[in-house]
Design a protein around this ligand. Structure first.
Ligand SMILES: Cc1cc2nc3c(=O)[nH]c(=O)nc-3n(C[C@H](O)[C@H](O)[C@H](O)COP(=O)(O)OP(=O)(O)OC[C@H]3O[C@@H](n4cnc5c(N)ncnc54)[C@H](O)[C@@H]3O)c2cc1C
Length: 386
């Protein structure tokens, strides 16, 4: 039986998932093909969204639009799917040096309602934040693995997902009006959209795009179990770390809850017995080694940065690798192919997929439906002419 859809999407990372959801919400018929055995950098991403980034601590491009969109989008989907995956969490950025601190203290205009400049140190003993730091209120993190699973279930309910390796050799494109514009095995579609992340670097239709994949590695760490009352201070610190994303040279983001034994002393102090003790920390950026093998160098790099900011004993429980779909322009790439009006790409979200994809999926759908102009920097066709 042929499956007839409006849009055939290749890839169920964050880009393909959110684009498929957005199209379904607009009443379109969609089919997503994904091969889960291939690398999917979304699944291992720390999921942080941060409106103030970089060494100079400046607002990210379009941060107002992106953050007002995502702060509606993810909580709305949590309600719809009855799953918890989005955590609004302030980001604490201790100053790296005196210059950075002074820059912030003198420039009143940099202070916004989003950024608190606490002046006081956040955790006096265990965090190296002698110069104080910034608390960025509008930050957060997405448990991307849970989010992708929820979207996959939603797509399955809508008969809009198949676990399948897409092979260009089986793709038929028709430019006459008599036939379906896109045929792939038993699927007929009006339009195909590639969301294959870093794999689209070798997409034969879009190989001229400036996709420059970057390998990233992260560590899962666990702080030692709290077994005695003597460790209550330690427990308080971990509870405090659970309320923030720490970001100095590297980031440290809460990951998972573990139940630890309660005791009378804890109860008397009102401490929560459900402590999150697993965190993720990272990450690295490597343009040369694009293998999926974890490396000792990356582990050491992350550990050196972590130890420079945090003085607590921990155990590494896991190391993971992903290849980000970064671009040479540092902006995402989207649009329809100049020679094939039934073919598009939605890609290039680099290290910022969580904050960028919800807003740009909406922009891209508006472009497809209503020819809304895309920002020039995002358009693909100028690259295809080269
Ligand atoms: C270590 C690390 C940490 C990160 N941390 C953050 C963070 O904190 N915040 C943030 O916003 N971003 C972060 N990122 C970046 C984030 O992961 C990306 O921006 C985003 O996930 C890109 O999503 P994507 O859908 O474009 O690509 P992917 O997630 O790579 O998805 C591509 C999908 O296409 C499928 N596919 C490819 N080829 C085929 C084929 N032939 N047939 C079928 N399916 C195919 C793959 O199986 C995969 O599911 C991080 C990345 C790494 C590596």
């Amino acid at each position: 039986m042929k499956n007839e859809v409006d849009y055939l999407i290749i890839g169920q990372g964050l880009a393909g998932s959110i684009l498929a959801y957005t199209l379904l919400e607009k009443g379109k018929k969609v089919m997503v093909l994904d091969e889960p055995k291939l690398q999917n950098c979304s699944k291992i991403a720390a999921g942080i969204c941060n409106p103030i980034t970089g060494r100079n601590m400046v607002r990210t491009w379009k941060s107002n639009e992106l953050f007002s969109f995502l702060n509606d989008f993810y909580p709305k989907l949590e309600k719809q799917f009855k799953r918890k995956f989005f955590f609004s969490t302030p980001i604490y950025r201790p100053f790296q040096n005196l210059e950075q601190q002074q820059d912030w203290s003198v420039q009143e205009n940099k202070k916004t309602e989003e950024v608190i400049y606490p002046k006081n140190r956040f955790l006096e003993e265990n965090i190296n934040d002698k110069l104080g730091g910034l608390l960025i209120k509008n930050g957060g993190h997405l448990r991307v693995d849970i989010f992708l699973e929820a979207i996959k279930n939603y797509l399955l309910e809508k008969n809009a997902y198949q676990e399948k390796l897409f092979d260009f050799d089986n793709l038929i494109l028709n430019n006459d009006s008599k036939n379906e514009k896109v045929v792939y095995q038993n699927i007929k579609a009006n339009h195909i959209i590639f969301c294959r992340g870093a794999a689209d670097k070798t997409n034969p239709f879009f190989e001229k795009l400036p996709i420059a994949p970057t390998k990233g590695e992260i560590l899962y760490i666990e702080f030692s179990q709290i077994k005695s009352n003597k460790n209550l201070k330690h427990q308080e610190i971990i509870q405090k770390l659970n309320q923030i994303i720490l970001n100095k040279g590297c980031w440290l983001v809460p990951f998972e809850k573990k139940i630890i034994e309660n005791n009378l002393n804890n109860k008397a102090k009102g401490l929560n017995q459900n402590l999150i003790t697993t965190f993720r920390t990272g990450s690295t950026y490597n343009h040369d080694d694009l293998t999926l093998a974890p490396t000792e160098e990356a582990k050491q790099e992350i550990e050196t940065k972590l130890k420079a900011v945090l003085n607590l004993d921990y155990q590494i429980t896991k190391q993971e690798v992903g290849i980000r779909p970064s671009t040479r322009t540092r902006y995402p790439l989207m649009g329809t192919h100049k020679d094939y009006s039934q073919m598009s790409i939605f890609n290039g979200f680099g290290a910022k997929g969580v904050s960028m994809i919800p807003y740009f999926a909406n922009e891209f759908v508006e472009h497809l439906f209503n020819e809304k102009e895309l920002d020039k920097i995002l358009r693909v066709n100028k690259w295809l002419l080269k």
